[in-house]
Design a protein around this ligand. Structure first.
Ligand SMILES: [Zn+2]
Length: 228
């Protein structure tokens, strides 16, 4: 590469405008200001309504009816959906009665580091059991969610401490937890996994049906797009 070409190349790389010649002037471009990070407090007593849906939705954020960008599509390497709707500390509400069958609090940082896909990587998380009756017959059949079976939903990366406040028996409208970024997470979002299992027999999420179900089969369409 000639010196001249190399010079132009470096100029492009560094985004520096150089006017060469006698008494050369060097100007650097003005960078746009970095927007401040705004953490919005959760709305208190917000106007919460269950959106009209084909299926009853066991997961509704306090800012319902506001679908947004989601993480990856449901796929082999990420059998869940990452919901970004709701900023840090937004309340995640149950839109149907359910029962909390497991609460996991945050692990220490070393445990999080050593954990690939286990509960520590998921930060504070809660698993709720819902009746199969919440979904329409066709979907129930498709998912094998029959008599004696339940839908189990794990909500992860919750705000630390919010996993212990919900009552065991959830009524529609109860807060399950707050959106957080605990565990292996790069920002506030809710990692949601769905599985089918025998009613009342929960002892670990891994023990439920082998294959997690795409949450979008039982939830309203809350993703307007995916980052991947
Ligand atoms: Zn995720």
């Amino acid at each position: 590469m000639s010196i001249q070409k190399a010079f132009i190349f470096i100029s492009i790389l560094t985004n520096i405008v150089i006017i060469s010649g006698c008494g050369a002037t060097i100007t650097t471009p003005t960078l746009p200001p970095i927007p401040p990070l705004i953490l919005t407090e959760p709305p208190v007593g917000g106007d919460w309504t269950i959106p009209e849906l084909k299926l009853t939705a066991p997961l509704v954020f306090l800012l319902p009816g506001e679908p947004g960008m989601c993480g990856t599509h449901f796929k082999d390497s990420h059998k869940a959906i990452d919901y970004f709707s709701g900023k840090a500390k937004t309340e995640i509400k149950a839109s149907a009665p359910g029962r909390i069958v497991k609460r996991n609090s945050v692990c220490n940082s070393q445990q999080v580091l050593n954990d690939k896909i286990g509960s520590c990587a998921l930060g504070a998380n809660i698993t709720v059991e819902y009746t199969c009756d919440l979904i329409d017959q066709e979907t129930r059949k498709r998912l094998g969610c029959d008599k004696g079976q339940s839908i189990f939903i794990r909500y992860s990366h919750l705000e630390s401490g919010s996993e212990i406040s919900a009552p065991d028996d959830l009524e529609a409208g109860d807060t399950i937890g707050l959106v957080g970024s605990t565990g292996k997470s790069t920002g506030p979002h809710t990692h949601v996994e769905v599985k089918i299992g025998t009613s009342g027999s929960y002892y670990s999420f891994a023990n439920l049906s082998k294959n997690p179900i795409n949450p979008e089969l039982v939830f309203p369409k809350m993703c307007t797009g995916y980052i991947d």
